[in-house]
Design a binder for this molecule. Structure first.
Ligand code: ADP
Ligand code: ZN
Length: 312
């Protein structure tokens, strides 16, 4: 097996937790092709789920030895300000029971290991940059379209944090109620992007799961329209070289040409860079790591932190 180098010490054993709304994926390894242990834990109450994750790492420590660092890539919003008394917490989440959960404190102290903490999508940005669809790209956006919609931004090879972290899923997009009478389901904003185009928003229009909607169902036209508007807004505000779309809904491959077509129509030749002129196949792209972006993202976070990177 070829061991892929990480930025830090390539031999350091790293841990990762992708903390998601439906599952926690915990893994131990050095890189995607060098994973030595992994477990998938259904997300229940915080204390139960976190206890299971801690038990996994403690048991594996007996086999593989201690971790150099643990990366936690979590659903949010998160407190990432290291000087804040609630640093390392999940804050105002819409996920019942999880608001104000101390992730870094509870897991880090139980395991006695340094923790690198960031959003699940910021982790995915690092993983896509290192191993996925952005290997040669230093300015890009990664967006996951699943139970929620979330995005991470890399500019000049650095993750954007700013005052908090980007909340791309909650951007506002034009909502034509004549075409789409669905009121939206974001508990904070109702018809923000996530309220209109996430998996649960699709499911609510169908009275079934998004997974079961046939490719020619009109709901996909609406989703493609909203995601094209998102891509336009990201293009106009951030000037990325690539926009990577991952998450459960993007497994509907037919969405990509639909989004690209709508993007081109709305852009109306305003921006004439080559990536946008040449059919968008290299501009709006699927995640290179597929459904593994988040899990590998947690490892990438741990690895970057060892290297003295941004998330320490
Ligand atoms: P999460 O966002 O919970 O971490 P996912 O990215 O897998 O996980 O998103 C889950 C959402 O995506 C659910 O709403 C689910 O119905 C939807 N989904 C999963 N797979 C598909 C698929 N193949 N086609 C359409 N929707 C899907
Ligand atoms: Zn919202």
């Amino acid at each position: 097996m070829v061991r892929q180098r990480t930025d830090g010490n390539p031999d350091a054993l790293l841990g990762g937790i992708e903390a998601g709304g439906t599952k926690f994926i915990c893994l131990i390894g050095r890189a995607p092709d060098d994973i030595v242990a992994e477990i998938r834990i259904p997300t229940r109450k915080p204390d139960e789920t976190i206890a299971d994750a801690i038990a996994f790492f403690k048991a594996e420590r007996e086999v593989h030895g201690p971790l150099a660092r643990l990366g936690i890539a979590s659903f949010g919003p998160l407190d990432l300000a290291v000087t804040s008394p609630t640093y390392g917490h999940i804050t105002t989440t819409t996920k019942p029971g999880w608001a104000q959960t101390d992730m870094v404190g509870s897991i880090g102290s139980a395991l006695g290991v340094p923790v690198a903490f960031d959003t699940d999508v910021n982790g995915a940005v690092l993983a896509e940059r290192r191993w996925g669809a952005a290997r040669n790209v230093k300015d890009f956006v990664y967006v996951t379209v699943g139970t929620g919609i979330g995005g991470g931004v890399m500019i000049a090879d650095a993750l954007v944090h700013g005052a908090l972290h980007p909340e791309i899923g909650h951007m506002f997009v034009p909502h034509d109620r004549a075409k789409d009478p669905f009121p939206g389901l974001c508990p904070f904003h109702r018809d923000c992007l996530e309220g209109l185009a996430s998996g649960p928003a699709v499911a609510a229009r169908l009275d079934g799961s998004a997974r079961d909607a046939p490719a020619d169902h009109p709901v996909w036209g609406l989703v493609a329209e909203y995601l094209a508007l998102m891509c336009l807004n990201l293009t106009m505000t951030l000037s990325p070289e690539r926009i990577i779309l991952g998450g459960g809904l993007m497994q509907q491959d037919h969405l990509f040409p639909m989004i690209r077509r709508r993007f081109t129509q709305r852009l109306n030749n305003y921006i004439r860079i080559s990536a946008v002129r040449e059919g968008l196949d290299e501009y709006i792209v699927p995640a290179g790591l597929g459904s593994r972006s988040g899990a590998y993202g947690a490892l990438a976070l741990a690895s970057q932190a060892i290297d003295g990177g941004l998330s320490t």
